[in-house]
Design a binder for this molecule. Structure first.
Ligand SMILES: Cc1cc2nc3c(=O)[nH]c(=O)nc-3n(C[C@H](O)[C@H](O)[C@H](O)COP(=O)(O)O)c2cc1C
Length: 245
């Protein structure tokens, strides 16, 4: 196994960091790594905001509810971004372009581009011995997150990435069996595999070193999806010129 794969297979989210800010050259390496990810049609449809202002970090932590939003080596926020594509564009096509950007397809493209860049950053960070945790919880109040970052039209916050020197080493979290995520040629129902996985994951939750509980993956999903969540996101995205049709 080579060291890249070892880094990838050693991943676990880190939610407790030493009080050590990342050096500028580390931040630049992480951004450069993110930028080298493949990007749909060379659109590079994302921006990354580094948040260093303590008041902003505090406000973002209140939205997220997670202490690792303020306690980290550096906080990055990944945003979908089509703002720059109209810079300098011919006036006569601008209206058509803005109308076309309303298509859900373009929001998907920006979210995919941003996620690929983010995961490049995550692997780069972990390869340097740093830890990281994604922060979708910034969408608990997406409008407020947007305001804090002062994002213009056609730019929307997607998720954060807290990076820093790990102050914990949690166990690796088990993943679904490969037979539940990889199929040849066509989709295959796999209820029995999930039942077996639930048994295994319940043993993991009962025996792990911290935050032990009785739980299964299906119960987790049931709790997650039985109530509506973040119902304001659709209208917010529409207000930014995304996902209107
Ligand atoms: C898009 C995304 C958003 C996430 N948001 C949060 C978050 O807001 N807070 C948090 O503590 N973890 C967050 N996570 C981390 C997941 O909970 C974690 O990756 C998952 O439970 C698997 O654990 P592992 O990364 O340790 O293997 C997020 C992960 C992703 C991919």
């Amino acid at each position: 196994m080579n060291s890249t794969i070892e880094t990838i297979l050693n991943h676990r989210s880190i939610r407790s960091f030493e009080d050590t800010p990342l050096e500028d050259k580390t931040i630049r390496t992480l951004i450069e790594s993110a930028q080298q990810a493949s990007t749909s049609s060379y659109m590079m449809a994302y921006s990354i905001i580094g948040v260093t202002d303590e008041n902003k970090k505090q406000a973002l932590q209140e939205i997220s509810g997670h202490p690792h939003v303020t306690n980290n080596g550096h906080l990055f926020i990944m945003c979908a971004d089509y703002r720059r594509i109209t810079y300098g564009m011919d006036e006569e096509v601008r209206d058509d372009v803005e109308k076309n950007l309303e298509n859900t397809e373009h929001l998907m493209t920006a979210a995919i581009d941003a996620a690929l860049a983010a995961q490049n950053m995550a692997i780069a960070a972990e390869s340097m011995g740093l830890g990281m945790c994604y922060l979708g919880s910034l969408r608990n109040d997406i409008t407020k997150t947007d305001e804090i970052l002062n994002l213009p039209g056609h730019v929307a916050p997607l998720f954060g990435i807290a990076v820093g020197v790990p102050a914990e080493q949690p166990e690796k979290k088990p993943r679904l069996p490969m037979e539940a995520v990889y199929f040849e040629n066509e989709y295959k129902e796999h209820k029995d595999i999930i039942e077996e996985f639930n048994q295994n994951i319940s043993d993991y939750y009962a025996s792990r070193s911290s935050n032990q509980r009785r739980d299964t993956w299906t119960l987790q999903m049931q709790r997650r999806f039985k109530k509506p969540v973040r119902m304001d996101v659709t209208d917010f995205l529409k207000s930014k010129g995304f996902n209107k049709r």
